[in-house]
Unconditional design. Sequence first.
Length: 279
Amino acid sequence: MDEGLRVVDFPSVLEGELKIFGFTSLELLVIGLISGFVWLLLADYGEFAIAASLLTFALLILLKAMMPEETGYAFPAYAAYFLVKRKTVYAHEVDTTKYIPSLRFVDDWICKLSDGLASVIEVKPVNFFYALPAEQRAYLDSYKDMLNSLDFPIQILSIACEFDITRYMNHLVLRYRDEDIAANPMLRNVLDDYIRWLNRVVEETIQRRYFIVVTVQSEDVSELKRRVETVIAGLRRGGIQAEILNRDGILALYDLINYRKIMPANYDSVKLLLREVGQ
């Protein structure tokens, strides 16, 4: 059943056009047009109009430099929204928040929307490449049967993200303060090498997570539960594991989508961590 099925992919790498001094030509055009409009409005004031136009140009350049790259040439609108809502708005947020706009919860697993209810299912990926041909066919058939059995729309999220090992890294850094590490230079060197190796591995590793958003256009909790159970049962028949996200899981997903950051190529978290302990 293809009707109502929406597949959304949030890429890890953002591709942009050739930039001039860090700005795309379209961004510079937008900044120039806004500055020119200010000059036209104040043209009767002579030098003051020129000064106001130049000041506007400088402020827009500074503002764009501080905004996330995802906002693109539409950054003035996002900046205005940021001033009102006190939060950064990403390009993909409008699509996502259509389903989870305010994160109000009716139950531990039900998110209240402006026009209904929603629940989020996380689907555990299977190793399709190493599966036998019969197993691959079983996965495909069960997935197709699950989609064909649906009489309601779903949204599929496929999110590529980095592994978050911040807590584990912090634990390793705190080990420098332990007496056995502090008193033994050899153990300290081993810990140094392990942290650097782990950092390199994580930087090169991207995980992909899969979610299904199920909604109802009413306050009918029993109908939402039926839809969620239908999706999960259809996936499990083919050996695909799925589980309902609770409140904490939905909040973590929302943060993952809206506040995920891609570190620059020269970013080295190990150096930052080791610097904190006097390295």
